[in-house]
Write a protein that binds this ligand. Sequence first.
Ligand code: KG4
Ligand code: ZN
Length: 385
Amino acid sequence: MKILAIETSCDETGVTIFEASGGLRNPSFRVLANALASQAHLHKEYGGVYPSLAKREHIKNLPILLERVLKKIKQTSRNPVDLIAVTSGPGLEPALWTGIVFAQNLAREWGVPVMPVNHMEGHIFSVFGDAKKKFTIPGQKFPVLSLLVSGGHTELVLVRDLMKYQVLGETLDDAAGEAFDKVARMLGLPYPGGPEISRLAEEARMKEKQDLKGLRSARSARTERFSSRKIAFPESSGFSFKLPRPMIKSPNFNFSFSGLKTAVLYLVQKIGPLDDAKRRAIALEFENAAVETLVAKTARALEAYKPKTLIVAGGVASNKYLRAEIKKAAKKTAPGAKVLFPGKALATDNSVMIGIAGYMQYLKRKGKTPNPARIRAEGTMRLSA
Ligand code: KG4
Ligand code: ZN
């Protein structure tokens, strides 16, 4: 069957047309046409997503993207598709409504059903997706553990069986991506901040390595002992600091990033004008702190539930350092478990993942869909069993 998938929960407008076939045990997908419009450049000056601007842009983009994808597919019947899948939550409600209303109107015009999709379930399925090649979802051994890290969410979800979810823990305040974005703003870096912080932290790690190499050769000449902590940022004229790892030791699966963010704010106020070296140092220590926290809680859940597969998804899953540290932790605490990340294009918000989740829900509910007119945006929608 052909599926039109629509995503508008945040600042990306996504429209995809799929060919989907097979049952719950062997679903198979091929993306026929895919269009994505990012509004990130427009939200830059606000340092985050501005809901009414997001809404306006989605309304403007949706018909343009739809026309683009419809042009690309061969129409074999009167209706271009057999099913519409649309994100209904969680996310920014004004933004979610634009996609829902658009889907409702198309459903009326074409006489096709609409499947509402949980955005987070989309992120979980994103690790199997491919916007370019045909793909299938391989059978899984359960439980599966998912770390979902995006601009709006940070949660550890246990998938007990196919599409049966239990949220083990979540952030009590800011989401991980939100903390990256806010810290980037404090450092005078553009939105979205994650990639910027990550780039600076990577540079700092490279420099640290080079400096260590230099010091090591100097040391072997002088045979002196040295503390790696003190020389962490020699380029910043002896300035050294440590940021907190909030809740890292608490015996649960919850997260908190607001204290870490505030610690950066105080630090920035204390050390006065920022230069590149200071920015790099803060980015490095912030990324270390955020990643250590995410990894520590994930390792705790790996130990407790012994999953066969670990899925890490959401925008922050594109972070290279997080990927490397998660792999290390999984090797140690859950040897033999598979670790899956989304491909680059499917880590941040997109409609490919919404189409996958939409088809899976359609199969799970044996083709039953709600009355399109009754579909509502639910900003705080949760994953459930
Ligand atoms: O999943 P996503 O596209 O949107 C939401 O559903 O929120 O995630 C966007 C978030 C932003 O906060 C962005 O800064 C963050 O993902 N992000 C990153 C990286 N790339 C994107 N965070 C850390 N490191 C990255 N490389
Ligand atoms: Zn998302």
